[in-house]
Design a protein around this ligand. Structure first.
Ligand code: UDP
Length: 416
């Protein structure tokens, strides 16, 4: 295991995004935790929602006096093949879970638990990759409180994988899920709900005029192939069938019947090691090939994502299935109205007709109708966009997440 590097960050940097009461409550909770030694454990220091969240939460906790480390497991590529199968299996995938896979998982997680140096008061283990460390940790450090932060929706888990996860969780003090339904299938452990959050100070989310150097260059609209003077519909998502990019193109085509000058940008990361992503991308290229107003944009830097989310007239998140969808909060925070599927964490963020629209993602007509209504009505766009920003300010920014984590630490260490 190695320590992940984080840039220093303080709660006071978020002053503009916190009320005095919120700030006081967070500081008071932190003061009660002084002397505690905490570590988060995951499998990557960069890329993905967990790392994004820890880059904010870990340095702020330290700034508040709660000694917090971030440990990253060390593992060979074959381990990640296995943990990807476990991840998919917990979401309903049905790849066979062989004895070899289980043994590789056990030996790598045990090795990492053996490498843990020093006792922590609390270990926060993220996702299924870390679960196999539990037997060794409980043997070596019986006093350590254990939290399992599961970011996955387990409602449709394949039994072999669910049983495997269940076999590890019994010693855990608290399991944390994004929504109550996600953890219902897990038993014998105390559960709490914590919603994810976005960081308003990153290059992805801060105002464009606060960017400089390469980030400012990446945000310049001249870099992008769409026409900034015409209506723009955007979806930002991995090229994944569950994000339904083909349905987005169908929606866009229906919209153009009423708004003929509309354009579409589908923005997605294209990791070279994700053959499924490349396949979906090629299918989209084939579908979009004869339409100069459908733009497929890959691997934009954070400042570019920021610029496109701000420039969009409407952001669509037409997922068939979702965990939380950080992309929804990211767009709402920028005052861009969102049409989102009524699945997973999206209805947590969108109140239909109030700060955006919720749609049935299998209903193209309804989706296109909501997009069209927004594209045709400047006032409606402005009104929903403004309210969306307030929703995120109140519920989905990093300081609230820091507060939730500190409360959790207080709950699992009652003597503090
Ligand atoms: N993202 C990105 N570049 C892309 C596509 C997505 O940086 O080309 C980011 C996006 O801004 C968000 C995250 O990846 O921060 C996706 O999180 P979300 O919860 O929406 O979906 P997930 O990929 O976890 O299913």
């Amino acid at each position: 295991m190695h320590h992940a590097h984080t840039d220093a960050q303080s709660l006071s940097a978020y002053e503009a995004h916190l009320t005095a009461d919120q700030r006081r409550a967070i500081e008071e909770t932190a003061a009660d935790l002084t002397g505690l030694h905490v570590a988060h454990v995951n499998t990557t220091a960069g890329g993905g929602g967990v790392a994004e969240m820890l880059h904010g939460v870990v340095p702020i906790a330290n700034d508040l006096g709660v000694d917090t480390d971030w440990l990253v497991m060390e593992a060979p590529d074959e381990f990640f093949d296995v943990t990807k199968a476990i991840h998919n299996g917990l979401q309903g995938g049905d790849r066979e879970f062989t004895t070899e896979m289980r043994e590789l998982y056990r030996s790598v997680t045990r090795r990492n638990a053996d490498a843990l140096d020093g006792a922590y008061d609390v270990l926060v283990l993220h996702d299924p990759q870390t679960l196999g460390m539990i037997p060794t940790i409980t043997e070596r450090f019986p006093e350590t409180a254990l939290v399992w932060r599961c970011h996955i929706d387990l409602t449709d888990a394949t039994p072999a994988y669910l049983d495997f996860a269940q076999s590890y969780v019994e010693p855990v003090d608290t399991a944390v899920f994004t929504l109550p339904a996600y953890g219902e299938a897990i038993s014998g452990v105390e559960k709490v709900i914590i919603h994810p959050a976005i960081d308003p100070l990153t290059e992805k989310n801060r105002p464009l005029d606060e960017l400089s150097g390469e980030a400012a260059e990446a945000a310049a609209l001249e870099n992008y192939p769409f026409d900034p003077s015409r209506p723009l519909l955007v979806q930002i998502s991995r090229f994944d069938p569950w994000k339904d990019p083909q349905g987005v193109i169908e929606t866009y085509r229906t919209v153009t019947a009423s708004v003929p000058d509309a354009q579409l940008a589908l923005v997605g990361a294209m990791p070279e090691d994700d053959p499924e992503g490349i396949e979906v991308f090629r299918e989209l290229e084939a579908i979009a090939e004869d339409d100069g107003d459908v733009h497929l944009l890959t691997n934009l830097p954070d400042a570019g994502i920021n610029a496109v989310q701000r420039h969009a007239d409407v952001v669509l998140q037409k997922s068939l299935r979702e965990g939380f969808a950080l992309t929804v909060s990211e767009a709402l925070w920028k005052g861009t109205p969102v049409v989102g599927a009524n699945v997973g964490g999206i209805p947590l963020q969108i109140d239909d007709g109030e700060n955006g629209f919720l749609i049935d993602p299998r209903n193209i007509e309804q989706t296109a109708d909501r997009v069209t209504r927004l594209l045709e009505d400047d006032q409606l766009r402005r009104r929903l966009g403004e309210r969306g920003r307030e929703t995120v300010r109140e519920a989905f920014l990093t300081p609230r997440l820091v507060g939730d984590f500190l409360t959790l630490l207080a709950d699992v260490t009652p003597t503090n």
